[in-house]
Design a protein around this ligand. Structure first.
Ligand code: E4P
Ligand code: PEP
Ligand code: MN
Length: 462
């Protein structure tokens, strides 16, 4: 296998191979798998170790309560949807949300997209009940088409995923540094949402407040197009670190420092189905230096979570670990407090983020959907828990798209069950459409404003 001497000196990076490993495809041909691994190990990394370190520093600010994390994008990216316009619209939606949240939080917002690599999916069932075929496991594994040939796991698709990720990243990097993402441009898009859509009108007051803040900055002589901090953005990439052959092949040892990083993306997270303490995923990701996320579902116990935290961040590095709770609106208020208390009590500097999507999936006549009200209620519960415990509600983790799809119910557009079939385009889970995503941002910005006002009042009285 194509390894450098440095990597050969790190057999620990392959220890996961000796452990139980969940949710891997049943690759039918080991020769094909070895060939894909060899190709991937010889390709350049997609991101760099200094970028990964800079994201850790930004996330450390979130852990300290001095910034907010916004993570979002598709449930499952697909090769077919990896087009310029779709990438542009997703980035645009994320940046629009970020501006609103920045205003609400009055702190920087760290932007991490589920993009340029979110090509592998864990599934509840190996075999799809409706067809009797192997389940679709993401474009990095097989094809969603309903034929036996399409569903055959093909390791060459991991190499194709790498190339699709590289192409997407190239465009994202251009968007992030050009005028496309300047603060004034993004604010113009938000104004259009508020002005032109019925769903947006409710948020006119906050949009006008932001407008005033920008006018004030301009009056002070700050050029919003040209000032380095405002003329572009830092946008980081992330995906679930599910396919361990892929993640291992893109893990590199930095010559200058000996640091080990998984350079397939800046941030990698461990899914709810693969976070076993003694399993392969936790072992492998405990050994790379990236910021790591770990999903925490409603059945997780405080003891289980603290053991994970100690394994994934034994050195207590702030920004290294983000715990992404995904409990469900009906469960978060009961299930989250004891976990936060335990982790916090042990002095672990984690980022607390809320994924209000995965605990709220429901089936409507065989179609997977989520209701906007449940999504919002879980975020409210998340803020309530952190208010009660005096901890920082650090971030949001959302499945969204920049398209006007009809996959989630509710929101200002009042998408109903009969509307779901209109534009149901996801390859896996239902995503918030642009309008629902922006509404959520305005509503969370209001929650952040309330949190800030409470803190200010508290420090005045202290
Ligand atoms: O995010 C993805 C889904 O929640 C996961 O793939 C499980 O989906 P499934 O129950 O349809 O398999
Ligand atoms: C599969 C996902 O989430 P979870 O692991 O929380 O179920 C996901 O984020 O798409
Ligand atoms: Mn999902």
């Amino acid at each position: 296998m194509a390894q450098t001497d440095l990597e050969r000196s790190r057999p620990d990076l392959d220890f996961w191979r000796t452990l139980p490993v969940k949710q891997q495809p049943n690759w039918p041909d080991q020769g094909e798998l070895r060939a894909a691994y060899t190709q991937l190990s010889a390709l350049p990394p997609l991101v760099t170790a200094p970028e990964v370190r800079s994201l850790t520093e930004h996330l450390a600010a979130v852990a300290r309560g001095e910034a907010f994390l916004l993570q979002g994008g598709d449930c499952a990216e697909t090769f077919a949807a990896n087009t310029a316009n779709k990438i542009r619209d997703k980035v645009k939606t994320l940046l629009q949300m970020a501006v609103v949240l920045t205003y609400g939080a009055s702190t920087p917002v760290v932007k991490v997209a589920r993009i340029a690599g979110q090509y592998a999916k864990p599934r509840s069932a190996d075999i799809e009940a409706s067809t009797g075929l192997p389940s679709y496991r993401g474009d990095a594994v097989n094809d969603i088409a309903v034929t036996a040939q399409a569903r055959r796991p093909d390791p060459a698709r991991m190499v194709a995923s790498y190339h699709h990720s590289a192409a997407a990243l190239n465009l994202i990097r251009a968007f992030a540094s050009g005028g496309f993402s300047s603060l004034s441009q993004v604010h113009e898009w938000n104004k259009a949402f508020v002005r032109d859509s019925a769903a947006g009108r409710r948020y006119e007051v906050m949009a006008t407040d932001i407008e005033r803040a920008l006018a004030f900055m301009a009056a002070c002589g700050i050029d919003l197009q040209r000032t380095a901090e405002l003329g572009g953005v830092e946008l980081y990439t992330s995906h679930e670190g599910l396919l361990l052959e892929y993640e291992r092949a893109l893990t590199r040892v930095e010559e200058a420092t000996g640091a080990v990083c998984d350079l397939s993306a800046h941030m990698i997270w461990i899914g709810e189905r693969t976070r076993d303490l003694d399993g392969a995923h936790v072992d492998f990701l405990s050994r790379v230096g990236n910021p790591i996320g770990c999903k925490v579902g409603p059945k997780a116990t405080p003891d289980e979570v603290i053991a994970l935290v100690e394994k994934l961040n034994p050195d207590h590095i702030p920004g290294r670990l983000t715990l992404i709770s995904r409990m469900g609106a009906g469960k978060i208020r009961d299930a989250l407090p004891s976990i936060v208390e335990k982790v916090n009590g042990a002095g672990h500097p984690v980022v607390w983020a809320c994924d209000p999507m995965h605990g709220n999936t429901r089936d409507v006549s065989g179609v997977k959907t989520r209701h906007f009200d449940d999504v919002l209620d879980e975020v409210l519960g998340f803020f309530e828990v952190h208010k009660e415990l005096g901890t920082h509600p650090g971030g949001l983790h959302i499945e969204l798209t920049g398209d006007d799809v009809t996959e989630c119910l509710g929101g200002g557009q009042e998408i109903g069950e009969a509307d779901l079939a209109g534009r149901y385009e996801t390859a896996c889970d239902p995503r918030l459409n642009t309008s629902q995503a922006l509404e959520l941002a305005f509503l969370v910005a209001e929650m952040l404003q309330a949190t800030r006002a409470r803190r200010a009042a508290h420090s005045r009285h202290a």
